[in-house]
Design a protein around this ligand. Sequence first.
Ligand code: NAD
Length: 475
Amino acid sequence: MFIDGEWVDARSGKTFDVTNPATGELLGSAPAGEPEDAVAAIDAAYASFPDWANTTAYERSRLLYSAWQLMTERSEMLAQLMTAEQGKPLKAARAEVNYAADFLIWFAEEAKRVNGEWLPSQRPDQRFLSVKAPVGVVAAITPWNYPISMLTRKMGPALAAGCTLVLKPAESTPLCAKATFEVFVDAGIPEGVINLVTAVEPAPIGDVFTADPRVAKLTFTGSTAVGRVLASKSAANLQRISVELGGHAPFIVFPDADPVHAAKGAAALKFLNAGQACISPNRLYVPASLRSTFEETLCSRVEKIETGNGAVEGVGVGPLVSDTAVAKVERQVEDARDKGAGVPVGGTRLTQGDYAAGHFFAPTVLTDVTEDMTIYREETFGPVAPVISYDDPDQVIELANDTNYGLAAYVYTRDIGVAMRAFERLRFGIIGVNDVNPTSASVPFGGMGDSGLGREGGHEGINEYLETKTGGFAI
Ligand code: NAD
């Protein structure tokens, strides 16, 4: 762990093992932090806040810029580590490190764009000034599926704004978190400003973060269930919160779209990170008129995807994070099959030979998916593409919106009017139009409804770490 400028063990001396999800191989261990460690981390962040908040925006920008340079220089090492610890194919891990580094350079620049306003008064002897100030100590909790970029997406803006922080990464990816912290430490972030608490039992650490009145802001990325619990606990202290949660993205192919192009897009998008992404499409709506061409193209693409250890050249789908994750996918596929879905590709766990020691599920296509199936409403977080056939293009937006989630949605059409109306009517925070990658450090990321509160990235991302201060000056 990294607390008050030092790499330290847990005060209890306990550790936990970190394994490769593709091979079961032991990669190392991490300190099993407990509440007393979390308190020490908050002590350090709280003590260092006044000095850090008083640094100039130019100084913070320079440090973030150095962190970007170091992360870029170390990108291959970070990508290899990510593939070993999290399982995604090396090519995807390299892309993630680039994305992670982008948040550093973006917020190095945004640090210098935080400004205020002179505002009018009704009194001739009065002037108003409104400025932005850092909120204070930030507590961050991050997930395993994007184990480096989810850290920089929070640390970049928090540091740019002048906040100090404590961060607890997911228990399956502490080594990526450590390597990310090393980047910031080597870039010269002062002692106490950033603190890392690794833990195998997350709830007691979350309890410290939400109960400590010195923590001004909680930022969380993970499941909706945990986000809800943390948000309710942090309400007692009126902590500011941002929670980026689950999703259940619709992917709508309109009747005028090119079904081959759309199916290629779906195949590329759905199997990224083995489907373990909150913006992964979970419902592919295809009009009856395009169904056979779409399904044929999708199936032929999915059949060719190689599943295995992400470190092996050519592998497109790696392992899932755990056996529990495989069991969840298996349960959803079985439920769909029992209720009449077709399974033209995949549909089973992979357990033989090289797969035996990892957590693998075969890339799968489900057809004839209907509303009564669990997969129609429950997030999958696995390599399964459920195709739903529809008849009425006027109704498909309503079907797509019929979910408590509201993170990402995708639309395929060649008609600008259809695209624009769909963009306006879909109740989701991020919409890809003929585009399977509508994310970037330069744009806001976040969801509506059960997908969360707040936005990360873009110009808005830094606002989550700032509050407004008004001054009235009698002159
Ligand atoms: P999770 O909620 O179980 O874990 C996320 C983080 O929360 C981990 O660090 C974990 O240790 C911690 N955690 C778990 N229980 C906790 C508790 N009681 N108190 C404090 N911390 C706790 O989710 P997961 O399985 O790791 O991640 C998958 C989920 O995250 C999916 O639902 C996915 O959609 C969501 N996700 C969302 C985004 C987004 O930006 N919206 C990004 C990635 C993942």
